[in-house]
Design a protein around this ligand. Structure first.
Ligand code: ARE
Ligand code: CA
Length: 583
């Protein structure tokens, strides 16, 4: 057995407690190295005749990536305390692994074992229960719909008449969203993520001037109240974007520093390296990236902290919003986010907190900060396989398995999955215009675990490159919309609602990919019901053989409603299938 590649620590994705008191343990071992693993566990104080009482529970292999097998088990320690270790068997002999290292004999002292001293519900990761069933829709307000010509900024261009630029305006606003609520309802989405709506200079509004005002180009507080009400009346949650890493250049507090320099009472609100301020070639104060227009806020400063926490509180308390998306969340200190969590959840316990983090985000997902992060590692894998074709099915399944095993499963169930945003090229462009690929990608997005988000316009086949190309005006002329694609997305959302296994019920596993196969499948199962989602990456039609485990079950094709009588299914080139198996 290769001891070097046996990995476990009693924390994070490897060991976490749920609010119901159960504990989830995961271990990873070299691919193919272990035949079986058992968890040895017991209460640390439970002894009789000077012997520690413990039991063995078999672990289940939940996935394999390029290098590792992953094993899981869930147990519920009766007294909420736990000592545990692993019995690993390679088919010939067993070895024992605990905090004390490796042993050929089963150690008798509890100190050898890993410890979970006590399971506290308050320490568990507990996102709001509504989140995992939500289908999000992302709106960039300047470009979704213009519902009020009177608030249009000077120089507003005719809707959709030009390519989007970093500095042009088309007049989109909050009234526009209210006016099109029936469109969103028809599509079936249940949550909207708005990029920033507070008073700011640019068209994207990430350079805030006033955190406590709606940008007049988008409407006023009354319009937001109405919007929230209309959304709630239609079963749609509302999430706003909080830009707390930095302010805008024209934020009055920063302007004060620009004017008064060292004498400004706000000089400690930012991270100024030296006075006087300079802006070129790089600013001499901390910023978002290197843009002088976005001075970084000093969240170590108590005044700043209180100011921002009040902003967090204000929009929840006064406007009843349901979520905060936190911009550049990874560059703000953890202590601030812990305070933020306490404040906003103190007002509305089922408020959702989504951090914008593009990389491994475990430190923010331990229950004391965020409920989810924007799952860009998911995006990357999907685009590499379906759109860019730079990896094959085998590689994709391995990558996805690795991504999933980086987090506890409740984190995965609530992950904010996306295939594009206002920061990335549109999915249609990534697919070089191939709508079959787009359909596959949206199918994967809406049937996998996590909570899917659709970027406005992707559902009607809009195109656009990276920022600012991906920020075109929404197309409202139905003859210009891809209505077939719209119906595809609509049908997927409806199916996801009908079949909880397509959302976050049950357990997920990938089927082993046959060598050189252009098809892959994942399965969700609960009790005796299974749903299989299959994709054909090939440019030709291919048949996909059901594994032996399905032999006695007659599948129903959930997409067409047909009963299948074969032990295989024929998939179109770049096609997919969603199948239900039950006894
Ligand atoms: C403007 C121009 C861009 C130019 C950029 C360079 O439009 O063409 O590339 O300046 O300075 C907002 C606006 C942008 C604007 C930007 C700066 O929406 O249009 O860009 O402000 O003025 C990283 C961060 C991540 C950030 C992305 C953009 O980690 O937090 O970069 N995303 C948020 C918002 C943006 C917003 C800002 C932050 C600033 O969602 O819309 O931009 O408030 C990798 C890395 C990621 C990196 C990602 C993209 O994969 O892992 O860390 O994200 O690439 O670069
Ligand atoms: Ca307008």
């Amino acid at each position: 057995m290769n001891k070097h590649s046996i990995i476990h620590r009693p924390t994070d994705n490897y060991a976490y407690a749920c609010a119901n008191g159960s504990v989830n343990i995961m271990i990873q071992t070299q691919k193919g190295d272990c035949e079986s693993i058992k968890l040895i566990h017991g209460d640390p104080y439970d002894w009789s005749n000077k012997e520690w009482k413990n039991v063995k529970t078999p672990m289940r292999k939940t996935g394999t990536d390029q290098f590792y097998d992953y094993w899981h088990v869930v147990i519920k320690p009766p007294y909420r305390r736990l000592r545990y270790g692993f019995e690993l068997n390679d088919g010939r002999k067993s070895i024992y692994f605990g905090e004390g290292g490796f042993s050929d004999e089963k150690p008798k002292v509890t100190d050898f074992y890993f410890a979970i001293p006590f399971v506290h519900a308050s320490d568990a990761f507990q996102p709001p229960s509504w989140v995992k069933d939500t289908v999000w829709y992302q709106i960039f307000p300047e470009r979704f719909a213009n519902g009020n010509l009177e608030n249009d900024p000077k120089g507003t261009l005719k809707w959709g008449s030009r390519e989007p630029k970093p500095d042009n305006f088309f007049g989109g606003d909050l009234q526009g969203v209210i006016d099109h609520i029936s469109y969103l309802k028809e599509l079936g989405i249940t949550g909207i993520y708005f990029t920033p709506i507070f008073k700011a200079y640019s068209n994207h509004k990430y350079d805030t001037i006033d955190y406590l005002e709606i940008d007049p180009q988008f409407g006023d507080k009354e319009t937001l109240k109405q919007l929230v009400k209309v959304c709630h009346d239609n079963g749609i949650k509302v999430m706003l974007d909080a830009v707390f890493n930095h302010s805008g250049f024209y934020f009055p507090q920063f302007q004060d520093v620009v004017e008064k320099g060292q004498a400004s009472e706000y000089k400690d609100w930012f991270h100024i390296h030296e006075f006087p301020l300079s802006f070129e070639p790089k600013p001499n104060y901390d910023t978002f990236a290197f843009t002088p227009y976005m001075p970084k806020l000093n969240t170590q400063n108590e005044e700043v902290r209180n100011y921002l926490l009040n902003v967090g509180r204000y929009w929840v308390e006064e406007f009843d919003i349901d979520g905060w998306r936190l911009d550049v969340a990874n560059e703000v200190d953890h202590e601030f986010w812990r305070d933020f969590h306490r404040v906003v959840k103190g007002i509305k316990p089922d408020l959702y907190i989504l951090g914008e983090i593009w990389h491994d985000a475990m430190p923010w997902l331990r229950g004391d900060q965020f409920d989810a992060v924007m799952n860009y590692p998911f995006t990357r894998n999907i685009l590499d396989l379906f759109a860019k074709e730079t990896i094959d099915c085998q590689h994709f399944v391995e990558n996805m398995t690795a991504v999933i095993h980086k987090y506890p499963s409740p984190v995965n169930a609530n992950a904010f999955n996306l295939v594009g945003s206002h920061d990335t090229p549109r999915v249609l462009n990534e697919c070089a215009g191939d709508k079959r690929k787009v359909r596959q990608i949206l199918t994967f997005l809406l049937t996998f675990i996590g909570t899917p988000c659709i970027y406005y316009g992707d559902e009607i086949g809009m195109d656009g490159g990276g920022d600012p190309g991906c920020r075109k005006c929404m197309i409202w002329d139905e003859t210009e919309q891809d209505r077939q694609l719209f119906e595809h997305v609509q049908k997927l959302i409806a199916l996801r609602k009908e079949q909880p296994l397509l959302a976050n019920e049950g357990t997920l596993s990938f089927l082993p990919v046959k060598s050189n196969s252009n098809c892959f499948a994942f399965m969700k199962e609960k009790e005796d019901k299974k749903i299989l989602v299959v994709f054909n990456l090939s440019k030709q039609a291919e048949s996909f053989q059901f594994p032996a485990l399905f032999n006695r079950q007659t599948p129903i094709d959930l997409w067409t409603g047909n009963k299948l009588h074969d032990k295989q299914i024929q998939l179109e080139a770049k096609g997919f299938s969603i199948l239900e198996f039950s006894n």
